[in-house]
Ligand binder design. Structure first.
Ligand code: GLN
Length: 243
């Protein structure tokens, strides 16, 4: 069976508001597409797997970010290299912030990031919290839940993941959420985001398949077609919920 190796990055400290669910959803979808998913859980001090086809990272409290940033620096070069190579990655909230240049916390501590994204994040007292809805050129309407004090700004012109139609997103001024660089996506959508936005899950799987096996088309999956009808209803209902 064709294997796809998925890395769950800093699972112990960085998997808030259901973000760990993204690992489960990707694994299930991979199985339905006929792959054998192999999940590697990576935490500070662990050895990095020899081969990785996809990397998933989630959100966490400022304290969680403080726990992992040293180790992240050590892995920075490897992660930048994998991102440049086109390995698909999804980084949510706290990990999105640390894939940028830095996160300046409310208490004035500057937590360095690894600059995969040319963005920086600074905390404000205006916490962005509630349902977040956005329109993405690649994935249509994306829905999730945001909760962050950090406000993220682009340092150079970048492609956001989506235009916000309800909620905050990167910050309270720009009207956009997230960023896409190579096949690496940053976003403030928790939820787990992949449950209500299966196109995003399939993007990650397509790119992983392309990297590993040189094929882009996913095989048809009647089971997933039915599941995705339910996901579309979930997306619809959540997008109408007030913050
Ligand atoms: N600690 C960060 C903030 O509040 C990230 C929060 C999160 O990952 N949900 O901005």
């Amino acid at each position: 069976m064709r294997q796809i190796d998925v890395l769950s990055l800093y699972t112990n400290d960085m998997s808030f508001y259901g973000d760990m669910g993204n690992v489960l959803i990707v694994s299930k979808r991979l199985s339905f597409y006929g792959f054998e998913p192999v999940v590697h859980f990576y935490n500070p001090g662990d050895s990095f797997p020899d081969h990785v086809d996809m990397i998933l990272g989630g959100g966490g409290q400022d304290s969680g970010q403080k726990n992992i940033f040293d180790d992240l620096q050590m892995r920075g070069e490897k992660l930048r290299q994998l991102s440049t190579q086109g390995v698909p990655m999804l980084m949510i909230c706290g990990m999105y912030q640390l894939f940028g240049k830095y996160f300046l916390t409310n208490s004035g501590k500057k937590i360095p990031g690894i600059s995969v994204f040319d963005v920086y994040t600074e905390a404000t007292s205006d916490r962005l919290i509630g349902n977040l809805v956005e329109e993405s050129d690649l994935f249509g309407r994306l829905v999730g839940f945001e909760n962050h004090s950090g406000q993220t700004y682009f340092s150079s012109p970048l492609t956001p993941l989506g235009k916000v139609t309800s909620g905050g997103g990167n910050n309270s001024k720009d009207g956009v959420d997230g960023v896409i660089v190579n096949n690496t996506i940053g976003t403030y959508l928790h939820g787990p985001v992949l449950s209500k936005n299966p196109k995003l899950a399939d993007f990650l799987i397509c790119k992983a398949q392309l990297e590993r096996y040189g094929e882009e088309e996913l095989p048809p999956s009647p089971v997933l077609r039915r599941i995705d009808e339910l996901a579309a209803k979930g997306n619809e209902v959540a997008s109408r919920r007030p913050r």
